[in-house]
Design a protein around this ligand. Structure first.
Ligand code: ATP
Ligand code: MG
Length: 433
C-alpha cells in the first residue's frame, strides 16, 4: 500500500517516523564540512535546520552524495542576515547560496505546494509556474518529488525524520511519487525523467502506479523548459549509469519523446547497426574512469549514430561516398532538430557541429602528415577524438585509426586558439521548474 495517498493523512498514518541517531547510518563525519557549518549556524540562530534531499537518501544508502542541501524555517532574508557570505538567487524559487572557498551550500526555506489559484493558470492546468509559498517542514516534505527524496536529517538531535514513507521505500528499493503520480507528473513533467534517473542510478524499481502514470503522461515532457531538459541530458550521460537510465526511459515510452536520438542508439540493432547500442555503456565506463567529457562529446555520442546511419542510407542510394561539401549539410540536418528542441546556446551548438564534423573527417584521405597535424588544430578536433574513442569502444573497430590520431594530437605544436568564451561552469540545478 502506498504510504501516503489522498485519503490517508499523515497524522492518521502516524507520521512522521523519527529515526534516532542509533537507528540510521547518517554520520556527521560523512557530511560536507561547509554544510555542517551552515546547519549549525541556522540551528544556533533559533531556526529549524535540516539536511534534505539526495544527500540524506544517499547517506542512508551508504553512497557518497553529489551535493548537500539545507532546508530551514529561516526566510531567505533571514538566511542572508546570518551569513555574510551568502546571496539570494532565483525568482520562481527563491533561495540562498552560502559561498565558501571550496563550494556553495544551497539553503532553501520550507515550502508548500503553491495554491493553484495563485498560479494564474486555467483550473485544469496543473503545471506549476511559481513556487515561493513558504510552509512547514511537513508541507516541505510533501511538495518534494519522491518519498526517498523527502527525508530530513535534523542537526539538533541527529535524527532522520520521515513524513512520507521514504525509509520504507529505501528498504524496499522503490521509487514512489509523493501523492498521486498522475498529478505530480503533470505539475512538473521533469519528475518523470527524475524517476528513471533515480531508478537507473540506484538500481531501484519504479512502483507500478508511477510507471503507469509515466506511460500516460510521457508526451508532457515536451512542456518542460528546454534548459531543464538539457540539464537532464547532461546529468544522465554523466551519471555513470546512463545505460540503465535510458533503458528505463525506453521501457516507459519516455525516451522516444524526450530523446529520440538516444532511442535510435538503443534500437540500432533494428537498423543493422547493433554495435551502436553499447555507446551508453562505453560512456558510463569513461565516466567511471574519471574522464572529463565535454557537452559536445556527450551530445555528439548520442547524435552520431543518427548522422552515420543517415549517411549510410544516402550513400546506398547514390552509390558513392557523400562529398565533403554535402557532408556539412547532412550533418546539420541531423543536428538541427536536436539543437532546436533543447534550445542550445550558440557556443554549445558550434562546439557540437565542430565535433561531429571533425569526427567525420578522420576517415578522409589525407595527403600528408603535415595536413593531419594542421587538422588537429581544428576547434572540434579534441572532442572528435573523444567521440572516436566512444565509437571504437562501442564497435570494437577503428583502434588503429584512434592510435594514429592520438599520435597526431601529441604532435600538435600548440593548443588551438579558444573559440568564443570558455564554456560557463554548469549552473547548479534549480530545485525545480
Ligand atoms: P542528486 O543531487 O544526487 O542528483 P537530488 O535528489 O539531490 O539528487 P537535486 O536536484 O539536488 O536532486 O534536488 C534536491 C531535492 O529537491 C530532491 O531530493 C527533491 O527532494 C527536491 N526536488 C528536486 N527536483 C524536484 C522536482 N522537480 N519536484 C519536486 N521536488 C524536487
Ligand atoms: Mg542533490
Amino acid at each position: 500500500m502506498a504510504p501516503y495517498n489522498e485519503t490517508v493523512s499523515a497524522s492518521e498514518a502516524e507520521l512522521p517516523i523519527v529515526l534516532s541517531r542509533a537507528e540510521h547510518p547518517v554520520s556527521r563525519s560523512d557530511i560536507d564540512i561547509n554544510a555542517i557549518k551552515v546547519l549549525y549556524r541556522l540551528h544556533h540562530g533559533g531556526y529549524k535546520s535540516y539536511m534534505v534531499g539526495g544527500a540524506v537518501r544517499d547517506l542512508m544508502l551508504g553512497r557518497r552524495p553529489k551535493d548537500f542541501d539545507v532546508s530551514t524555517s529561516a526566510r531567505p532574508q533571514q538566511v542572508r542576515r546570518l551569513f555574510r557570505n551568502s546571496r539570494i538567487i532565483g525568482r520562481r524559487f527563491r533561495l540562498a547560496h552560502v559561498f565558501f572557498r571550496d563550494g556553495i551550500v544551497e539553503v532553501s526555506t520550507f515550502r508548500r505546494d503553491p495554491d493553484p489559484e495563485s498560479q494564474g493558470n486555467a483550473q485544469s492546468e496543473l503545471l506549476i509556474t511559481d513556487d515561493n509559498v513558504f510552509g512547514s517542514p511537513e508541507e516541505d516534505a510533501y511538495r518534494r518529488d519522491f518519498t526517498i527524496n523527502a527525508l530530513f536529517y535534523d542537526i539538533s538531535d541527529f535524527s532522520v525524520i520521515d513524513w512520507v514513507g521514504g525509509v520504507e521505500d529505501l528498504r524496499g528499493r522503490k521509487i514512489r511519487a509523493i501523492g498521486d503520480p498522475e498529478v505530480r507528473f503533470q505539475e512538473d513533467p521533469v519528475r518523470m525523467l527524475r524517476a528513471c534517473e533515480l531508478a537507473g542510478r540506484l538500481d531501484f524499481d519504479i512502483e507500478e502506479w508511477a510507471q503507469a502514470a509515466i506511460r500516460s503522461h510521457r508526451r508532457e515532457v515536451e512542456k518542460a523548459a528546454p534548459a531543464r531538459l538539457t540539464e537532464e541530458v547532461c546529468d544522465i550521460l554523466l551519471s555513470g549509469s546512463s545505460e540503465s537510465i535510458l533503458r528505463w526511459m525506453m521501457r516507459l515510452g519516455l525516451l522516444e519523446v524526450f530523446l529520440p536520438e538516444a532511442y535510435l542508439v538503443l534500437s540500432a540493432g533494428e537498423h543493422d547497426a547493433g554495435e551502436f547500442e553499447s555507446i551508453p555503456s562505453v560512456i558510463d565506463e569513461m565516466v567511471g574512469r574519471g574522464e572529463t567529457l565535454s557537452d559536445a562529446v556527450l551530445f555528439g555520442a548520442v547524435l552520431l549514430p543518427s548522422v552515420l546511419l543517415r549517411r549510410r542510407d544516402v550513400e546506398a542510394i547514390d552509390q558513392r561516398p557523400v562529398h565533403r561539401s554535402a557532408l556539412r549539410e547532412l550533418t546539420s540536418e541531423v543536428l538541427e532538430p536536436f539543437v532546436a528542441r533543447f534550445a542550445l546556446s550558440r557556443v554549445r551548438t558550434d562546439q557540437l557541429h565542430h565535433a561531429v564534423w571533425a569526427f567525420q573527417r578522420f576517415g578522409a584521405r589525407w595527403k600528408s602528415a603535415g595536413d593531419r597535424i594542421r587538422f588537429s588544430s581544428h576547434p572540434g578536433f579534441d572532442d572528435a577524438l573523444a567521440l572516436l574513442e566512444v565509437l571504437v569502444g562501442a564497435t570494437g573497430e577503428g583502434r588503429a585509426k584512434l592510435d594514429l590520431w592520438r599520435k597526431v594530437q601529441q604532435q600538435r605544436p600548440e593548443k588551438p586558439a579558444p573559440r568564443g568564451p570558455a564554456r560557463p561552469r554548469r549552473r547548479r540545478r534549480r530545485r525545480r521548474r
